[in-house]
Structure formats: C-alpha cells, structure tokens
Design a protein around this ligand. Structure first.
Ligand SMILES: Cc1cc2nc3c(=O)[nH]c(=O)nc-3n(C[C@H](O)[C@H](O)[C@H](O)COP(=O)(O)OP(=O)(O)OC[C@H]3O[C@@H](n4cnc5c(N)ncnc54)[C@H](O)[C@@H]3O)c2cc1C
Ligand code: FES
Length: 268
C-alpha cells in the first residue's frame, strides 16, 4: 500500500492513511500486520475504517519498526496483511468507552460505529501528559465536548490523575451497561476490577501480546487458553474473567521464547 497522508496526532504518535477496500470494511477493533520494508512486520489496529476506501493506522514510536513507520512520508510503501482477529461488537444501550494513549486508536472507529447506531457513548481519554493525547478534537467533534472527559497524570490537560479514576466515578452512577476499553494493561486490569465491582455484564477490551503470524498459527500470542490474534484482540467479559487470563492480565507477558515474564510495557 502507498501511504497517502501522514498526520502528527500527538508527541510520538503518527497516523498513516492509505487506501484499501478490504481494510475500509473491517470491524472496529480488528488489526492488520504492517510490513516496513527491510524491517519487521508489526501488528497495528485500524484507527480509521472508511469513509470510502480509506483506512489508517496510528503508530506510537517505541522501537525500531514503529520509529521507521512514524518517519514514513506520503508516497512511501508499506506491506499489509489482514484485517485479522475479532473486533468489537455493539451491545447494550449506554456505552462507556475508556482509552489510554495510542490505545485510543481502535476505539475511534468503534465510537463512530456506536454513534452511527444511534447510541450516545461517553469517552474517557487518558495520557501521561496533554501533548501525548491523540484524537481529542476528532472525539469532541464526533461526540460533543460534554461527552468527552480527559485525565492526564501531570494535570496538564483535563483532570489530574488516571483514566481509571474517572471511569470509577462514571460507573458509580450506574448509568452505563457496557464498557469498551483499550490501553496500557495496568489500566485495563484495574478497569476490569472496577467494572466487576459495578456489576457490569458487558465488558470488551482490546488486548496485546506478541503477535507474529497474526492468524492463529504460531502460538506466540497465547493468553491463558486464548490466542490474542485469533480469539481477540477484543476479549469479552467471559474471556476476561477466565482465571488464567485474570492471573496474567496486567502482570505477565510471554517473551519471544514463549516464557512467562513480568509485564513491562504494552501500548500506552
Ligand atoms: C493487536 C495489536 C494491536 C496493536 N495496535 C497498535 C496500534 O494501533 N498502535 C501502536 O502504536 N501499537 C500497536 N500495537 C503494539 C505494536 O505492535 C508494538 O508497539 C510494535 O510491535 C513494537 O515494534 P518495534 O519494532 O517498534 O519495537 P520493539 O523494540 O520490537 O518492541 C518494543 C516493545 O513493543 C512490544 N512488541 C514488540 N513486538 C511486538 C509484536 N509483534 N506484537 C506486539 N507487541 C510487540 C513489546 O512489548 C516490546 O518490548 C498493537 C499490538 C497488538 C498485539
Ligand atoms: S500470533 Fe501467531 S498464533 Fe497469534
């Protein structure tokens, strides 16, 4: 695919727009494998699905391949496979959506789909600092400013604190029946606890593990009895509540050799 447009979304976070009919009809939450010539293939969520045949990915530069992706210019070529995995499904009538940093990427097309279905989601966006928060004006334009709350750890934008603090406040009111989330795994693990305490019956979270083949063949992305690339990346409440998933979520990750190691980073 040829990169058509490059947008600086926030510090270190860049969107690449390309044209592909198949990606443009993907389900929110699905991901593609993106090949950067001479480097690796990396999994990336679709951050825009349409209009027309347009689609995009939004990349946080964390290592060699994501840095190279972030430095591409319009006209550059990338390889793509997919879309893969199980995306979000629309359920419930009163959605709360919580995203941290570049974890907001798959939530943007989800929000568009929720609005297109006549629903009025509330969005909580979290980041370490205001300059690292992507998609704020897109979210406000879509939902209206009153439906978007922001938390930054340093208080430079919105309220000082964590997205999970705002989510706990919102869920305490009892006005939501479904929670959708994506972001750093520590945030997701805490959100799951809050959602279970609030008695929510519908929860969907997009998770990460080392994804290599992206299509259920190699086993690199296993999380409990599930493969993140095939059974996820969106996990529903039954999958999240599985004891093996709860034991790993926010704590452990499998390295390149498949060994269980202490979690040090997922997209944030
Ligand atoms: C389903 C899914 C969707 C994702 N969507 C996005 C997205 O929309 N935007 C975004 O910026 N990032 C996304 N990621 C994370 C992204 O794939 C990694 O940041 C990227 O692979 C890092 O590659 P690197 O070579 O730049 O860094 P490296 O130096 O190779 O790795 C840096 C860190 O990234 C993680 N990582 C490395 N390789 C992989 C891999 N193959 N799969 C998953 N994590 C890896 C590891 O924690 C590693 O320590 C997604 C991951 C998954 C599994
Ligand atoms: S990445 Fe190969 S099985 Fe999931």
């Amino acid at each position: 695919m040829r990169v058509l447009r490059v947008v600086e979304e926030a510090d270190g976070i860049t969107t690449l727009v390309f044209k592909d009919q198949i990606c443009a009809s993907a389900r929110p939450g699905q991901f593609i494998m993106v090949y950067v010539p001479d480097l690796e293939e990396v999994p990336m969520s679709l951050s825009a699905i349409g209009p027309g045949a347009l689609a995009s990915i939004t990349v946080k530069a964390v290592g060699e391949t994501t840095r190279a992706l972030s430095n591409l210019k319009p006209g550059s070529l990338i390889g793509i496979r997919g879309p893969f995995g199980r995306g979000f499904s629309i359920e419930g009538r009163r959605p709360l959506v919580v995203g941290g940093g570049v974890g907001l990427a798959p939530l943007m097309p989800l929000l568009e789909a929720l609005v297109a279905s006549g629903l009025r989601p509330k969005l909580i966006m979290g980041a370490r600092t205001g300059s690292e928060l992507p998609f704020l004006s897109r979210a406000r334009g879509l939902l209206g400013p009153g439906q978007v709350r922001v938390a930054t750890e340093d208080g430079s934008l919105g309220s000082r604190g964590l997205a999970t603090d705002l989510a706990a406040e919102e869920l305490a009111g009892g006005q939501y029946d479904v929670l959708y989330a994506c972001g750093p795994e520590a945030m997701l693990a805490r959100l799951l606890e809050i959602a279970l305490e609030a008695g929510l019956r519908h929860v969907q979270m997009s998770l990460e593990r080392l994804v290599k083949c992206g299509m259920g063949l190699c086993g690199h992305c296993s999380l409990g009895p599930f493969l993140v690339c095939r059974d996820g990346p969106v996990f529903d409440l039954a999958m999240l509540a599985h004891p093996a998933v709860r034991a790993e979520l926010g704590r452990f990750w499998r390295d390149e050799s498949g060994a269980l190691v202490k979690l040090h980073r997922t997209r944030s």
